[in-house]
Design a protein around this ligand. Structure first.
Ligand SMILES: NC(=O)C1=CN([C@@H]2O[C@H](COP(=O)(O)OP(=O)(O)OC[C@H]3O[C@@H](n4cnc5c(N)ncnc54)[C@H](O)[C@@H]3O)[C@@H](O)[C@H]2O)C=CC1
Ligand SMILES: O=C(O)[C@@H]1CCC=N1
Length: 264
């Protein structure tokens, strides 16, 4: 199976290309790449990948096409997929718009943890997508982590807001935590290490047992101590509402991007 990867040297495209090769899901000769800058002589340690000069050349040499360009670059791509399976990573470009390229459309929403093979990349399959296509999509996405199939396209907008945001909210929390420490005289490096302990160490504790988060909170609250005082203050200050507001804003952005790019 030859896979054409458009945006092959971008953040996600590069992670997917690296994962496909490193995990042996594709041989270098099965990868057809397109970027805007220039072909690379060494793509994640491989020289014998194929570089296309434009989208038409990529399509001609590919069975499946992965679109990993930014949403604003989609119109200029002028992709003509000729009935092939097209897997889009783009936020906010809906199936109605994508269908104009003449492919069988699947939308997936990876995140930046693709870099370390830990992306959760749920997908939604449009009309005409076959069982074999779904198996292909699962195989490709396994190169960067795990996946689930979603029931509706609207759910992709919700996934864009949450898992799609990757490390953004942990980074926001870490930045606020380190700022609190610095403002109270803790040296810069130690302030960051303290924030890392809470954000990264804490996240590791929750790995593979995230559904236990409410029970973990209850355990902290049961001490009626320092963490309980902090949690109560965070709730009173609107922490859960802030998360809800953030995710609602991101979902709405994804939804309205879809509307503005859909054909009239
Ligand atoms: N970065 C992230 O965390 C996430 C990104 N996405 C989506 O994935 C897509 C890619 O995002 P990133 O990798 O972060 O962006 P990026 O900007 O790092 O990579 C996009 C690449 O596409 C290339 N490109 C643009 N137009 C092109 C064209 N006509 N032909 C060939 N190459 C072209 C650019 O030069 C760039 O290297 C976006 O649509 C974004 O909405 C989705 C979920 C998470
Ligand atoms: O922020 C963005 O628009 C991209 C899509 C989802 C995550 N990052």
């Amino acid at each position: 199976m030859r896979v054409g990867l458009i945006g092959a040297t971008g953040w996600l495209g590069s992670a997917l290309g690296a994962g496909l090769l490193a995990r042996g899901i594709l041989a270098p000769g099965e990868l057809v790449l397109l970027n805007r800058s220039a072909p690379q002589t060494n793509y994640h340690g491989h020289a014998n990948v194929t570089w296309a000069r434009d989208a038409a050349e990529l399509v001609a040499q590919s069975d499946v096409i992965v679109v990993s360009v930014r949403p604003e670059d989609w119109p200029g791509l002028d992709l003509r997929a000729g009935g092939r399976l097209v897997l889009s990573f783009m936020a906010g470009i809906g199936a109605a718009t994508l269908a104009c390229c003449g492919g069988r459309i699947v939308r997936a929403m990876p995140n930046a943890a693709a870099e370390i093979g830990a992306s959760y990349s749920p997908f939604w399959a449009g009309p005409g997508v076959t069982a074999a296509d779904r198996a292909t999509v699962r195989r490709l996405l396994s190169a960067i982590g795990s996946t689930d199939e979603l029931e509706t396209e609207a759910q992709i907008d919700l996934m864009t807001a949450l898992p799609g945001s990757g490390a953004a909210y942990p980074a926001l929390m870490a930045t606020a935590m380190a700022a609190f420490m610095r403002a109270r005289g803790i040296p810069e490096a130690i302030a960051w290490r303290a924030a890392e302990a809470a954000v990264v160490g804490g996240a590791r504790l929750l790995e593979d047992r995230i559904t236990e988060a409410p029970a973990l909170l209850a355990a902290y609250r049961a001490y009626r101590g320092t963490t309980a005082a902090g949690l109560d203050a965070a709730e009173a200050a609107g922490f859960p509402q802030a998360i809800e507001t953030a995710l609602a804003a991101a979902t709405e952005k994804a939804r309205t991007m879809t509307q503005t790019t859909a054909p009239t």
